[in-house]
Design a protein around this ligand. Structure first.
Ligand code: COA
Length: 432
């Protein structure tokens, strides 16, 4: 196989031929049909709305047979936010990573990821986030699976036995109108939901569109919840699966518990329906516990969903929320094969506030890759594990039992469990 060098072209998404070629290349890699001209313009508009930086890779010195200049590698980065309990933290979202089959396994993805990590540091963001098509690709670059999703199958025969039906009112509303309301509702939800990540501009719009078309899907129905304040504070989009008594929830976002329960109560009471599925539920969806018969809700799939790559551990640890009342100090030894996050850090947490400082030995920062042999650490972990621990996807004990972290002793492990504990389940409904 010939060796290749590639040039990476970075440019802002715009309604131009470069962005169109990039968009078509991404679709091709994900085995989607070449878009119609109208669909292509729609997709380009969405990327522009995300204020995304696009990356297109071209092989140096290679002519195409048909003379068309098309990228052989693509990815995009954009600014987003994640909720780790202490306000919304800026983060870089990395997506649309593709390499043409003719140019695979020559290090192009690695090059694009490394480039994105450097740009993330340059932007002052402490972490990169992604969702992956396959679970085996990204850990080698320091990403850790941090939030999981599940598919719920809900038995609604005879109605859903909810402990509370929630207050407020649910109305069936027009799809297009509800799509217009969705971003504001999502923003309210996002501010209060641990593990939530900001959505791409056209997220809900795409949910309600016909597959690969520029029209709204006439089979999609919308429910809006109006709370006591008179504002829409929750919504659900669903579709009945033809020829079955099954309804699939495409998107459900509730900024309050009342909205959540009331929306599920309506979905659970739909006539002519036996089963409601929710393929993009969170891993521990509250619905499971809100029904008085837990067997009505089965989880048929649990899969990694959000991956986190810390590039600045001191900033990331300082920006996260901690439980009130703690007074703890831990030394973390972080390994990072790509360098960004490697080192020893002392994390002090008091009254919910964290102070993070590098551990200094003999006047120099203790860097894990320098081969320091002093054992003056409480937790030793890879940067991918740090991402999981930071978000609260797994406890220190769970990570230790899965051989992803080593604690100095049982007391250090218990201390790490206290420090990184979270009060709520993680709710990520923003696949990108
Ligand atoms: C996944 C994809 C982007 C990989 O691109 P690539 O340029 O061939 O990857 P690289 O050559 O840079 O490989 C980097 C490393 O990842 C590994 N890797 C690449 N693709 C992998 C896969 N699908 N599964 C497991 N490992 C993979 C390589 O073996 C290599 O490992 P190493 O550096 O430890 O030796 C490419 O195969 C593709 O476009 N697939 C279809 C679209 C897709 O799934 N994109 C991912 C979106 S999340």
């Amino acid at each position: 196989m010939p060796a290749h060098s590639f040039t990476l072209d970075h440019f802002p998404a715009a309604a131009d031929d470069r962005t169109r070629a990039w968009t078509r290349a991404v679709r091709q890699a994900f085995l989607e049909p070449d878009p119609t001209p109208a669909r292509l313009e729609y997709l380009v508009e969405q990327t522009v709305a995300d204020d995304a930086t696009l990356v297109a890779a071209y092989p140096d010195g290679e002519e195409t047979l048909d003379g068309e200049r098309r990228p052989v590698g693509t990815c995009t980065t954009m600014a987003g936010t994640i909720n780790l309990g202490a306000g919304l933290l800026p983060a870089t979202l990395f997506t649309s990573a593709t390499v043409r089959p003719t140019h695979r396994r020559r290090g192009l993805l690695r090059r694009m990821v490394e480039d994105a990590l450097v740009r993330t540091s340059g932007a002052g963001h402490s972490m990169v986030l992604l969702t992956a098509t396959e679970g085996s690709i990204y850990e080698r670059f320091g990403f850790g699976a941090a939030v999981w999703r599940s598919t719920l199958t809900v038995d609604t025969r005879g109605g859903l036995p909810l402990r509370s039906r929630g207050s407020g009112q649910v109305q069936q509303v027009g799809t297009e109108w509800l799509v217009g309301q969705a971003p504001a509702v999502f923003d309210r939800f996002h501010e209060g939901a641990l593990g939530s990540v900001s959505r791409r501009a056209a997220y809900t719009d795409r949910v309600a569109r016909e597959n690969d078309s520029d029209r709204f899907d006439r089979a999609v129905r919308g429910l809006a919840h109006v709370g006591d304040s008179g504002e829409v504070d929750g919504f659900a989009f669903y579709r009945s699966l033809e020829g079955t008594a099954t309804v699939e929830v495409l998107d459900l976002v509730a900024a309050t518990d009342d909205a959540y329960l009331a929306l599920w109560s309506t979905l659970g009471g739909l006539d002519l329906v036996d089963t409601v599925t929710f393929p993009r539920a969170s891993a521990d969806e509250v619905l499971r516990h809100a029904v008085s018969d837990p067997r009505r809700v089965s989880t048929t799939l649990v899969q990694d969903e959000l991956w986190v790559r810390v590039v600045d551990p001191a900033a990331a640890l300082a920006q996260r929320a901690y439980m009130p009342g703690l007074d703890e100090s831990l030394v973390l030894r972080v390994y990072d094969p790509l360098g960004h996050a490697a080192g020893d850090l002392r994390l002090r947490v008091a009254d919910g506030v964290a102070v993070v400082e590098p551990v200094v030995v003999d006047g120099a920062e203790n860097r894990a890759e320098d081969g320091h042999v002093d054992e003056d650490w409480d937790l030793s972990l890879d940067v991918s594990t740090l991402g999981t621990l930071l978000v609260g996807g797994l406890s220190a004990t769970q990570l230790a039992r899965s051989a992803r972290l080593v604690a100095r002793d049982g007391a250090a492990l218990a201390q790490a469990d206290r420090v990184f504990s979270i009060a709520d389940t993680l709710r990520f409904y923003s696949h990108f």
